[in-house]
Design a protein around this ligand. Structure first.
Ligand SMILES: [Zn+2]
Length: 129
């Protein structure tokens, strides 16, 4: 791009470029959808298979996204469990501080810090405490 532009002109050039990029992304996404329409797609974590003769109006990519939300073996599931556990502990720490029990707040905070090893714990361990 060799033309000389001011700040206002630069803004227009950026907006035009972004608009072109959005259109290209949309075109490529449709291409991916068309390619996947006649194929099976599998979850790489649990192997669940979808397609190609599905009754759903959504694309295969969208079907896979929806599956990831509920797949028990996807890393997102354990990440969600860890987040929920940490939020629960954070609330306990908050409550202890509000009640003036700084000793218990410190104990709970230490548990949270040690929570970095949670990835190695099972869901049963998380449920216990
Ligand atoms: Zn899965």
């Amino acid at each position: 791009m060799s033309r000389s532009v001011g700040v206002k002109g630069l803004r227009e050039v950026i907006m035009d470029t972004m608009e072109e990029a959005r259109a290209e992304i949309k075109r490529l996404q449709q291409w991916v959808n068309d390619l996947q329409a006649g194929m099976y797609v599998n979850c790489v974590y649990c192997g669940h298979r979808y397609g190609p003769e599905m009754d759903t109006p959504v694309s295969m990519a969208e079907v896979l996204k929806q599956h990831i939300e509920v797949c028990p073996q996807h890393p997102l599931s354990s990440a969600r469990a860890r987040i929920a556990w940490l939020e629960e502990k954070a609330e306990v720490v908050h409550d202890c501080l509000v009640e003036g029990d700084t000793r218990q707040a410190l104990t709970e905070a230490k548990l949270m810090i040690r929570g970095r090893v949670l990835a190695r714990l099972t869901d049963g361990d998380l449920a216990d405490g």
